[in-house]
Design a protein around this ligand. Structure first.
Ligand code: GLY
Length: 340
């Protein structure tokens, strides 16, 4: 069992270990008095894990309710957000109750945003069940849904009260989904700590070390205005690829391609070759068929654009990052170099 303290303005602990789902009620007792709990999950996770979680909540004095939605990034939208809010309202939840996000990043982002906004904010906890959500999305308090104009455009910062990563849940995760998580681990290694690359086999250590790296970027910059923006390495082009492919290219794979294309466009050839070698070990892609014209409108609508400028995080040598600010003309040249 590993514990990582996330020292944000309202600190919380991430627990990483085995057989935690069946003990989630006990862990929840550490941070919350008995209350109503809305367990939010998708239809796949519902079949696999919701009974075990609801039973543990009941055994520990909580009053659990359940809301599930159809799986898939395309369902992380206002309609499904509204449905969660209506479930809370119909069951008379109030601000002292709790939302529990049980699932991958889609679930955590959407349930977290419901918690951030219902009655102007209530507590939530994250129980991520994918490697990607464990090493990235469940920590740091970014919550959002997608708009038809772009990914994560409607959202809020809202830190969870606790995160439980039960690595047993990864046993049922398809190999393709594990790859999405490895892409974010490789991103963290290139940004901050190459030693991570030799620890990819021990899941408990891998997840804990990734969360420590993520915390080092989030703490002190919770609202993503300075050093936290480095975590967007590969995401400028990655998000555009994900959306332009209609989410056929999954998040981790899109970020893998995004990191490669962004490094190539920066002209950082050595680190680009190192990155490609690491990604190929996990059968992750380094390029795709979408080009500048396919991605132009997505890239120009990026939420990281502030006024006339955009800041692109990059890695000139493995283990350290730079933030490079570009004006519109420089940004257009940059994405042309990456994609033409
Ligand atoms: N996934 C990037 C961040 O949380 O800032």
């Amino acid at each position: 069992m590993r514990e990582v303290l996330i020292n944000t303005n309202n600190p919380y602990t991430v627990y990483i270990g085995q057989d935690l789902l069946s003990k989630c009620g006990e862990y929840l007792n550490r941070v919350k008095q008995p209350c109503k709990v809305l367990v939010v999950c998708d239809d796949n996770v519902n079949k696999l894990y919701s009974t075990c979680v609801m039973d543990s909540l009941k055994d520990n004095g909580f009053d659990p309710f359940k809301h599930f939605f159809k799986s898939g990034e395309e369902n992380k939208d206002i309609k499904n957000l509204e449905a969660i809010l209506e479930t809370l309202a119909k069951n008379n939840f109030n601000r002292s109750d709790l939302v529990l996000a049980l699932g991958g990043g889609v679930c955590g982002d959407m349930a977290g945003f419901a918690a951030a906004t219902y009655m102007r904010g209530m507590d939530f906890v994250q129980i991520p069940t994918s490697l990607l959500a464990m090493v990235d999305a469940s920590v740091g308090g970014k919550t959002a849904v997608n708009l038809s104009s772009g990914k994560n455009l409607f959202g809020a910062f809202h830190q969870p009260k606790m995160v439980l990563c039960d690595i047993d849940t990864l046993k049922t995760l398809p190999e393709e989904e594990m790859k999405n998580g490895y892409a974010e681990c490789i991103k963290h290694a290139f940004l901050a700590d190459p030693t991570l690359l030799s620890k990819m086999d021990d899941l408990e250590d891998l997840i804990a070390q990734n969360i420590e790296i993520k915390a080092s970027f989030v703490c002190g910059d919770e609202e993503d205005r300075d050093k936290r923006t480095a975590l967007n390495f590969g995401h400028t082009i990655g998000h555009a690829i994900e959306r332009a492919s209609g989410f056929e290219i999954s998040h981790g794979k899109a970020v893998a391609i995004g990191m490669c294309l962004e490094l190539k466009a920066m002209g950082f050839d050595k680190v680009y070759e190192q990155l490609k070698a690491e990604l190929l070990k996990y059968d992750l892609p380094c390029e795709c068929e979408l080009n500048f014209f396919d991605l132009k409108s997505e890239l120009m609508n990026d939420k990281k654009i502030s006024g006339k400028y955009i800041t692109i995080p990059t890695v000139e040598s493995i283990g350290s990052y730079q933030l490079i600010t570009m004006d519109e003309a420089e940004y257009t040249q940059f994405i042309k170099r990456a994609l033409i």
